[in-house]
Design a protein around this ligand. Structure first.
Ligand code: MG
Ligand code: MG
Length: 269
């Protein structure tokens, strides 16, 4: 069942999303080689709690931390641990924030230091794919229009693999609500997008095969060929004519440009 939000509820979700985006900007300003993914998780959790909110993922279905941190071949749901980040690592940080009864959900992939040009291209392309999906999140379109726009760009135009097993989703009072929002599909198919529907759009794009598998920890999803995967996600309110994107990458990109340990060359101009 889909839960449509009132304008007032959307404003509450925007507040959650703003704290979330700023927590990722805090990560962007402090990321450096030598840091563990547990330290990155601590930055996120501290920032969220300092702003009077709660990390949505902590204890969600037993997940032990505040951020999912997925390095290199890890696609999503990586558990923060003692892994020491180093030059060339590609780090996806996925965060949920709960405040005033509403969740927001957003993810961002960072590159530590020098990463090859083909990986930077994957990052740029995935961010562009997210944008192409968001553009379809308007009243009267269908979920399949978002899915098709993402898949068409990622697979046909760029030649990468879109992950099938994990999808975007509605959200609000619950972290996951209907409808599911896949990153692949047919134009004109699926649920009709209505005013007040809020969805997380989140392409997961692999450099090589789209096939994934789970690690033994039961959480971490990795690419079957162990090539790099990238993940960007926004919380988006469906609206008439133009989607209302509640989370924002602007403060994250600004912080990336100021942090010499983080590669910002891939950011689209
Ligand atoms: Mg997420
Ligand atoms: Mg999500």
């Amino acid at each position: 069942m889909m839960h449509l939000k009132t304008p007032e509820e959307i404003e509450l979700m925007r507040k959650s999303a703003q704290i979330l985006s700023n927590s990722l900007a805090e990560v962007a300003s402090r990321l450096q080689p030598g840091m563990t993914t547990l330290q990155v998780d601590a930055i996120v959790e501290q920032f969220i709690r300092d702003h009077g909110a709660v990390p949505s993922f902590k204890n969600y279905k037993g997940f032990p931390n505040s951020a999912c941190i997925s390095v290199n071949e890890a696609v999503v749901h990586g558990i923060p641990n003692g892994h020491i980040l180093q030059e060339g690592d590609v780090v996806s940080v996925d965060v949920g924030v709960y405040m005033n009864g509403f969740h927001a959900d957003s993810a961002y992939t960072f590159a530590i230091g020098d990463v090859p040009a083909h990986v930077q291209k994957l990052m740029t392309s995935t961010k562009t794919a997210l944008q192409k999906g968001i553009e379809k999140a308007v009243v009267g379109n269908r979920v399949g229009d978002i899915a098709y726009a993402i898949q068409e760009y990622v697979e046909k135009e760029r030649g990468y693999g879109v992950v099938r097993e994990l999808v975007g989703h509605g959200l609000g009072r619950n972290l996951h609500e209907d409808p599911q929002v896949p990153n692949y599909g047919r134009r004109g198919s699926g649920a009709v997008l209505k005013e007040g529907l809020v969805i997380a759009i989140e392409p997961m794009v692999n450099l090589g095969t789209r096939e994934v598998e789970y690690l033994e920890d039961g959480w971490t999803v990795v690419t079957r060929d162990r090539k790099v995967s990238v993940h960007y996600e926004h919380t988006v309110a469906v609206a008439k004519g133009k989607p209302d994107v509640l989370s924002t990458f602007a403060p994250i990109e600004e912080a990336e440009r100021k942090n010499p340990a983080v590669n910002s060359a891939y950011i689209p101009q």
